[in-house]
Write a new protein. Structure first.
Length: 478
């Protein structure tokens, strides 16, 4: 196998894992009602099918990236792939709530280990700007299009095969990816675990991120008082503040604060947080709009999202790299963000008695265009400022930014929609109209987040990426 083919095959393995992670999340979301009925989950307990995964995933990303720098990204990726696949088997065989929640937590651990090093491995495989743009286009398509495809697959699996197969479908894909990865994946020489891992820092950041994600996930839950949520949030902030203080003082930090001196890394990750906040929250609320306002069933809701991944695929795979080579990542990113924001504005105008082909599909097409351009470009910018020894750090940080944005965006947009709908209902507005106005308000907020991301990209990101200085070996970190 020649070098080009072997690198393409290695990229396929990395993207297969990313696709499993993305698909699994959206498929499970669609299958939740069936899971609740079969396993006897309470309404509050059902949320742990999602939360247990998110807490493990978000909490371990930075630690996983640091491990990739110390013992090798290949080892960490393959370990994560194996854990995720075996945990999927545990979930698929679950006979009760406890077993499923435990399996989902382990899936989160595996997903964190693997996804934290994927971007760094891609940049190692494709160091040249043109080929890297094409590789990131494939990754961007998998990341942005996979979520919409998961809604389609979720509806089909839940209604035909049963919810168990939402997890069991990972087994053959994971086994093939692992077998291929053993032979295809290579990595930079690791620093050696004896170079030091900040155990206290790892505990602080994992606990802080996990508690923060848990607190955010509980905002929309009934029975949680504002005081209780504020207390949990305060503890999470204290833990993360202690982590930052620890990183500033320790000789071998888990997260070297010097990386934030790079305008590229800092600015691009802010953009990532804002875009994923808008995108993830939009998908969740648009599914509710289709079902609760337009009356779509699960299968039809999944199919309704199809225009977005189709456009994302065409743009990411065939246009993004060419335009990036000609105009640069900054201009492509700015154009993509404008299109994404416009699509959200269009969707906010969808009426109560809206027609899919005139009120929803055009907005999804424009959003797909925006995501296809924006996602690969902003990820390339987030990775471009990192020195080679910090590839795991930059990759883990970027994935953490994605997850943080998704969690915060979902909580904020769902709260905005609920508050607006409840206020209108209290004033005597018809329920379906109140729901529609709540979703519309949330879509406007999502558009605002995207335009804020555009402003950050415009003012912070330069036309020519600046790399941070290569650190001294003693300070090599994740």
């Amino acid at each position: 196998m020649n070098r080009t083919r072997s690198r393409g095959a290695a990229l396929l393995v990395l993207c297969a894992m990313q696709l499993m992670i993305i698909l699994d999340g959206t498929i499970v979301t669609v299958a939740l009602p069936t899971i609740q009925g079969d396993l006897g989950f309470s309404q509050s307990g059902l949320s742990w099918v999602v939360n247990s995964y998110l807490i493990a995933f978000a909490g371990l990303l930075l630690l996983a990236g640091r491990l990739g720098d110390l013992i090798g990204a290949r080892r960490v990726f393959l370990a994560g792939l194996a854990v995720f696949t075996l945990a999927s088997l545990l979930c698929g065989l679950a006979a009760g709530p406890e077993m499923l929640i435990a399996g989902r937590f382990l899936q989160g651990v595996g997903a964190a280990l693997a996804s934290a090093v994927i971007l760094g491995m891609i940049t190692d495989l494709f160091p040249e700007p043109g080929e890297q743009a094409r590789a990131m286009g494939v990754y961007g398509f998998v990341s942005a299009g996979g979520a919409s495809a998961g809604l389609i697959a979720g509806g089909a699996i839940a209604e035909t095969l049963g919810w168990h197969w939402a997890f069991l479908v990972n087994l053959p894909v994971g086994a093939l990816a692992f077998a291929a990865g053993v032979g295809l994946l290579a990595g930079r020489e690791p620093v050696d675990l004896r170079a030091g891992i900040d155990v206290l820092g790892a505990v602080l950041v994992t606990a802080g991120l996990s508690l923060g994600v848990f607190t955010i996930s509980q905002i929309a839950e009934d029975g949680r008082s504002a005081g209780e949520l504020a207390a949990w949030g305060a503890v999470a902030v204290v833990l993360l503040a202690a982590f930052v203080l620890r990183q500033a003082r320790t000789a071998r930090p888990l997260l070297a604060l010097r990386i934030f001196r790079s305008r590229e890394i800092s600015g691009a990750n802010i953009v990532v947080v804002l875009v994923f906040a808008a995108g993830f929250g939009f998908q969740f609320l648009n599914a509710l709009y289709l079902q609760r306002v337009l009356g779509f069933d699960a299968m039809r809701t999944g199919l309704a999202f199809l225009p977005a991944p189709l456009v994302i695929g065409v743009v990411s795979l065939f246009l993004s790299a060419r335009l990036t080579a000609r105009f640069g990542t900054r201009r492509v990113l700015l154009a993509g963000l404008l299109a994404l924001g416009l699509g959200l504005l269009l969707l906010s105008r969808a009426p109560v008695d809206g027609a899919y082909w005139t009120d929803v599909a055009p907005a999804l097409l424009v959003q797909g265009l925006g995501m296809g351009f924006a996602v690969p470009a902003m990820i390339m910018r987030a990775m471009s400022g990192a020195a080679p020894a910090d590839a795991g750090l930059a990759s883990g940080l970027n994935t953490t930014a994605q997850q943080a944005g998704a969690a915060v965006g979902l909580a904020v947009l769902a709260t905005v929609a609920t508050a607006r709908s409840d206020a209108l209902t209290d004033r005597g507005v018809q329920a379906v109209t109140a729901l529609r106005d709540g979703y519309s308000t949330a879509f406007l907020v999502a558009a605002g987040l995207v335009f804020l991301a555009w402003a950050v990209a415009w003012h912070v990101l330069r036309d020519a990426p600046q790399a941070v200085a290569t650190p001294a070996p003693v300070a090599t970190v994740h």
